[in-house]
Design a protein around this ligand. Structure first.
Ligand code: G3P
Ligand code: MG
Length: 255
């Protein structure tokens, strides 16, 4: 059994999260996939940012849903991360909040998967599922994309739009009766907080290969989770995790 490594928000432990710079660095490190978060601007652009508000990760303030794409695009998505060891003001301050289209343009050129997390658990962003699906289809990337959300209706809507869509329910803990949940909701996978699996590995018996975990940043935890049969690990530190496993014979990396 091998495990795949996904870069969480690109490589958020070392680079400005959810930026093209972070995605490129994760790809350079050799990840098997990227995890990104999406929201909708006031004028309906699908943009890649974690929070509902731009305040924490940019030099602006306000809710994404209340901003035009043009306004949001004027913000720096890297200047807030000046405390990072790798901070390079010349490059990082130029980073913008990416569109989903830009990320698809990167993904399509690489042999990787993409986990698009629909951030619909605070604001509904009516119609976001259809917009996201259209963009993915335009890049002919459906088979490489996994849609996930903490908000179950969002991934159920995605499945209604496209019965072939790969959907995953995001939860901090393994739900009761996970096999029932997965079958009844046609879930490809569960995306689970890794601590709940370290605590109770028996809860994923029989579905180990349909579990992706977030967010694993220590090697000993990664090794334990792989021993428990987990299929995919998301990490904030792709360079570290991939480098530590190179040449060690650990069962980690490309399948
Ligand atoms: O998709 C896994 C993980 O990203 C969920 O939590 O808050 O980092 O989006 P969050
Ligand atoms: Mg996420």
């Amino acid at each position: 059994m091998h495990a795949k490594i996904f870069g969480h928000r690109g490589a958020m432990g070392e680079y400005p999260e959810n930026t093209m710079l972070a995605f490129q660095k994760a790809i350079d490190a050799g990840v098997d996939g990227l995890e990104i978060d999406v929201h909708l601007t006031k004028d309906g652009e699908v943009v890649v940012i974690h929070d509902e508000h731009v305040d924490r990760t940019t030099d602006g303030i306000g809710a994404v849903k209340d901003m035009s794409f043009q306004t949001l695009r004027g913000l720096s998505a890297g200047s807030s991360f000046g405390a990072f060891e790798k901070y390079d003001p010349l490059i990082w301050t130029q980073e913008r909040i990416p569109t989903l289209e830009e990320v698809m343009g990167l993904v399509v050129d690489h042999d990787i998967e993409l986990n698009i997390e629909l951030k619909t658990n605070v604001f509904e962003y009516e119609g976001i599922e259809g917009k996201v699906h259209d963009i993915v289809e335009a890049y002919s990337c459906s088979d490489r994309v996994i849609y996930s959300s903490f908000h179950l209706p969002s991934i159920i809507r995605m499945k209604a739009i496209d019965p072939e869509a790969r959907i995953a329910w995001l939860t901090s803990k393994v739900p009761l009766w996970p096999i029932d949940q997965m079958e009844d909701l046609s879930l490809e996978a569960l995306h689970v907080g890794y601590k709940s699996i370290l605590k109770k590995p028996g809860r994923i018996a029989g579905i180990e290969d349909r579990i992706r975990v977030w967010t694993v940043n220590e090697m000993w935890e990664a090794e334990k989770l792989i021993d428990h049969g987990v299929q995919t690990l998301m990490t904030d530190y792709p360079e570290k995790i991939m480098a530590l496993t190179k040449g060690t014979g650990k069962k980690i990396g490309h399948m």
